[in-house]
Design a protein around this ligand. Sequence first.
Ligand code: SAH
Length: 220
Amino acid sequence: MAYNHSQVEHFKQARERLITELQTQGIKNTKVLEVIYSTPRHFFVDDALFSHAYMNNSLPIGCKQTISQPYIVARMTEILLEHKPANNILEIGTGCGYQTAILAQLFTKVYSVERIEDLSKKAGKRLQDLGFDNVELYHGDGLQGLPKYAPYDGIMVTAAPETIPNALLKQLVIDSCLIIPVGRLGEQQTLTKVVRQSNHYYEQYDLGDVSFVPLCEGLS
Ligand code: SAH
């Protein structure tokens, strides 16, 4: 995909504005800010939405799903990154692959599960075109996690279940955390961090209100 000079300049200024806005909203981690600045979000949305790619909004990505708002991507990533050193991360809800791309630049290995095959395939193509070789995408039901490579040093879920899926808790390394929005669509949802303190003991923290598409059961 080729961009003309004014498009690149437009993107550069729009990216700078986005970073300033994220800082104003309280994002401090410089690694997260750098990665958001340098990741081509316009690559992950439809051509028709190019000019909106660096606005601090969620956007449609097809199949009634959305790419998360950059602030939410930054916040969830910052929480995961600052919890404790982590290598392998599991993401549930690949969507267009943007959050996957951010994680792949900050962690050694990222596994990502998406229930809609079409989205998973397109995300895989984008991530390959961008040269990511530390990402593995799976078409599957993220409510079950991804037992094959468990346990994980961190799990991030980018769609909201009504309650925290047990399977995900069981796939955490001791001392690692799960970041997950919890609540029904259209009702209050809470961004939640769960730390696995020991085999059977988990500590839960509420991190504020959010709005996500639902985590649905089964494949599509
Ligand atoms: N991180 C994504 C956000 C996508 S929206 C991005 O940056 O684009 C949430 C995604 O979660 C949607 O693509 C939706 O299809 C997916 N999803 C919902 N329920 C799921 C489940 N049970 N397993 C895996 N993915 C699921």
